[in-house]
Design a protein around this ligand. Structure first.
Ligand code: NDP
Length: 458
């Protein structure tokens, strides 16, 4: 029988790769993991975690403002950007260390460097070659910037965490998760933010009500939103970066331009062709339902497969691969991954939380649906002076009474929607929602007290 250096060789130490490596090693497999940068990938280093920390930082601006209505007097403190950056960097390196420690203690051999496939069972890192029974590619994705004239002046989300100096005037290009989150965050931190998006509404794919509502709420917070607009060219002037816009809209001059126009799979220089691993038209690694690529011994998961680009999805996929390759944990059944009812949040100010179908998608999928919608001023804002409003929406399949879509724009929407996602995965009906006693006084109770549909059927 052929012998290998490793049972599993993982390329890429992001969320999915680290989880797969660690869990496989805990099941007794001999595992190697190659990572060229800090451990933890996008999520830990330049994504979810630092983004959320900065989002917390940004929320203090409104908290200080709103505190006056509750009797707090005095001037609000000002932001020390360098201190925030330093504290974030310290926390991220603590997390990098924890990831390394978890891998070490599970017995994973960490190999620092760029890994390249040589064939179906061989990986090269620097001058060393390793053989492995199975190889897992979990190299994630990277920001993609269109080739507009002057694109060399622009930043991507990777650069935003350590900007120096703080950009007093920021232009954000894009209308997706990253663009909306960074527009909100830098607006909260004190920058004058302009966000431009080529479409007429932000957040393609989200419920139409959510898309309109968040645009109006973001505008209220001070983000200058220009929809249906595209960049023509960017040039450096003595006053900053001058960005001219297509269609004769007025040019904007800013200190920094962030492009958040989507991400592409990280496959360059991986030796996919040499090993015969097929990619699709968008450059993502093709996998079957077992996360197996066109080469039977090579697997791929997470953003490099460009299915649903979310950390918890990569983690879920990793567990499925581990169970398949090395068996489930003692006493457990092998896991499978369901892509239905994956809850997600956009950490705009206010947050968006969503699970299930948008109204448009539900109308396509089901013969007849009922729509419940509530739009209100949260109790807190009766004293805070803020004009922020909250949107909640439920979509019900009339044939089964099952709640098939749940959407919220408002404070802590991500926290609130997570719990409802469990109920929806379990198939909760509107009758179950109705029989659930609310927690008073909360915003979340509105989800169990919406009695009359605003729209029905069709
Ligand atoms: P998205 O795909 O969400 O958004 C890309 C945006 O850029 C869209 O508004 C798109 O417009 C626009 N765009 C694309 N190409 C161009 C172009 N050539 N010129 C102008 N605009 C363009 O990508 P993101 O980069 O924001 O995020 C990537 C993924 O990361 C997300 O899909 C999400 O899965 C994940 N993510 C999740 C987060 C979370 O869970 N909170 C946070 C951040 C990222 P259009 O809509 O018209 O196509």
């Amino acid at each position: 029988m052929q012998t290998f250096d490793f049972d599993l060789f993982v390329i890429g130490g992001g969320s999915g790769g680290v989880r797969a490596a660690r869990m496989s090693a805990q099941r007794g497999a001999r595992v190697g993991l190659a990572e060229v940068a800090d451990m933890g990938g996008t999520c830990v280093n330049v994504g979810c975690i630092p983004k959320k920390l900065y989002s917390y930082a940004a929320h203090y601006a409104e908290a200080f403002e709103e505190s006056h209505g509750f009797g707090w007097v005095g001037k609000a403190p000002s932001l020390d950007w360098d201190l925030l950056k330093a504290n974030r960097a310290k926390e991220i390196s603590r997390l990098n260390g924890i990831y390394v420690q978890l891998l070490d203690s599970a017995g994973v051999k960490i190999i620092k460097g760029w890994a390249r496939l040589i064939d179906a069972h061989t990986v090269e890192v620097g001058k060393h070659r390793f053989s492995a029974r199975h190889i897992l590619i979990s190299t994630g994705g990277t920001a993609s910037v269109p080739a507009v004239p002057g694109h060399e002046h622009v930043l991507t989300s990777d650069h935003m965490f350590d900007l120096s100096p703080f950009p007093k005037r920021l232009l954000v290009v894009g209308g997706g998760y990253i663009a909306c989150e960074f527009a909100s965050i830098f607006n909260g931190l004190g920058a004058q933010v302009t966000q431009i998006h080529r479409g007429e509404k932000l957040l393609t794919g989200f419920d139409e009500d959510v898309r309109s509502f968040i645009a109006s709420e973001m505008r209220k917070t001070g983000v200058q939103l220009q929809l249906g607009t595209q960049v023509e060219a960017i040039s450096q002037t003595s006053h900053g970066l001058q960005v001219t816009l297509k269609g004769g809209a007025e040019a904007v001059t800013v200190d920094a331009v962030l492009y958040a126009t989507g991400r592409v799979p990280n496959t360059n220089g991986l030796g996919l062709e040499a090993a015969g691993v097929a990619v699709n038209a968008g450059g993502a690694i093709q996998v079957n339902e077992h996360y197996q690529t066109s080469v039977a011994s090579i697997y791929a998961l997470g953003d490099v497969t460009a299915r649903i680009q979310l950390t918890p999805v990569a983690l879920g996929e990793a567990m499925v691969v581990v169970d398949q390759l090395f068996g489930p944990a003692a006493g457990k059944k092998p896991r499978s991954m369901s892509y239905d009812f994956i809850a997600t949040a956009v950490f705009t100010h206010p947050n968006i939380g969503t699970v299930g179908y948008s109204e448009a998608a539900a109308r396509e999928k089901f013969d007849s649906i009922s729509v419940y919608r509530s739009d209100f001023k949260a109790l807190k804002h009766t004293l805070s002076g803020s004009t922020e409003r909250t949107l909640m929406k439920l979509l019900v399949d009339d044939a089964t009474d099952r709640v098939v879509g749940l959407h919220m724009v408002g404070a802590d929407a991500g926290e609130i929607v997570q719990g409802f996602a469990v109920a929806m995965k379990a198939g909760a009906t509107k009758a179950v929602f109705d029989s659930t006693i609310g927690i008073h006084p909360t915003a979340a109770e509105e989800f169990v007290t919406m009695r009359e549909p605003v729209k029905q059927a069709g």
